[in-house]
Write a protein that binds this ligand. Structure first.
Ligand SMILES: Nc1ncnc2c1ncn2[C@@H]1O[C@H](COP(=O)(O)OP(=O)(O)O)[C@@H](O)[C@H]1O
Ligand SMILES: CC(=O)N[C@@H](CCC(=O)OP(=O)(O)O)C(=O)O
Length: 298
């Protein structure tokens, strides 16, 4: 059926809605954290790659930082290496850090590079070791013993946190057609390899690059309250309350802490969104309602 002159095709409306956002974001850096849970589905992975390529095509500079928690678990299971988490961080001994580096910097990093290239883009995979992009130090955590109420230091092994990001390694790609894809492996000043939570790495990179936005792609619609209702925005105070009462738990804790730190470091907005939704990045950036939970400093 032919359209009348007064009928605006839906596709044109979508493009018109996107136009002011495209103009606003042109030339900026967007850090996209691609979580291991979000990358499970083949179609979603292809859509993710297309979205990232589209951003680059319209003059935005996407920087991808990926996780791979479930994929690390699968490999550790195959190798019969036990693994435990404390506050969303994998306790990482010498054998585990070797597997973590192989899975993240090897298999997953190259899969994402290939997916971006299959979608028509050009990508370069890096780990935080390359060019000393992510200098890391050992994380130290304390835990209160519920019986004695005594606080103890917990040794997480080779779990690191970024102590310095060398942004010059990433500045090289700004304004070029190359999309950097970063595995969250850090290196200590003594050369030690560290396993860094991918959210933490993405936040540190977003802060160092003064990114316009930090997008955290995961496998839930966003942050949910105690009644499982979706929260469109979340302040630091509310987040702390929900963490303290156990509503926010596991891997969501470092995700939110990262978003808060990034916003405090000058990133304009940090958003937790559902990477399983087709084209979630485009919907978040170029439509009125966005889609995920925006974390707000307060
Ligand atoms: N309040 C909450 N709202 C939403 N998700 C939560 C909440 N508390 C804990 N989670 C959990 O956090 C998970 C996301 O973190 P994580 O498993 O580390 O994902 P990723 O691999 O994408 O980084 C969700 O799948 C969910 O099970
Ligand atoms: C210290 C620590 O926990 N590191 C993570 C690194 C991968 C990651 O963060 O992956 P997701 O984003 O998919 O959760 C791990 O070993 O699982």
């Amino acid at each position: 059926m032919t359209k009348t002159a007064t009928e605006t095709p839906a596709i044109a409306e979508v493009l018109i809605e996107a136009l002011p956002y495209m103009r606003r974001y042109r030339g900026t850096v967007m850090v996209v954290k691609y979580g291991g849970h979000a990358m499970g589905d083949e179609n979603a992975a292809r859509d993710f790659a297309r979205d990232v390529v589209l951003l680059k095509q319209i003059g935005i500079n996407p920087v991808v930082v990926h996780g791979g928690g479930p994929q690390i678990k699968a490999m550790l299971d195959r190798l019969k290496i036990q693994s435990a988490f404390i506050d969303g961080l994998r306790v990482t001994d010498a054998a585990t850090v070797e597997v973590v580096e192989m899975v993240l910097a090897g298999k997953i990093n190259k899969e994402i590079v290939s997916a971006i290239q299959s979608a028509g883009g050009k990508a370069v995979g890096l780990s935080g070791k390359d060019g000393m992009l992510i200098e890391a130090r050992k994380v130290s955590r304390t835990q209160r013993d519920p019986d004695s109420n005594i606080e103890r230091v917990v040794d997480l092994g080779f779990v690191g946190e970024p102590s310095h990001i060398d942004r010059s390694i990433l500045d090289v790609f700004v304004g070029t057609d190359i999309i950097p894809v970063i595995a969250p492996i850090g290196v200590g000043v003594d050369g030690q390899t560290y396993n860094i939570n991918a959210d933490t790495a993405a936040g540190a990179i977003a802060g160092a690059l003064s990114a316009k936005k930090l997008l955290m792609l995961t496998d839930v619609r966003g942050v949910l309250d105690a009644g499982k209702n979706f929260l469109a925005s979340l302040t630091a105070t509310e987040a702390r309350r929900l963490i303290a009462d156990g509503t926010i738990s596991g891997g969501m804790i470092p995700k939110i802490e990262t978003c808060l730190a990034a916003v405090e470091a000058g990133v304009e907005a940090a958003v937790i969104l559902d990477g399983r939704v087709p084209h979630s990045i485009l919907l978040e950036l170029f439509t009125e309602g966005g889609g995920g939970t925006q974390i707000v400093a307060s």
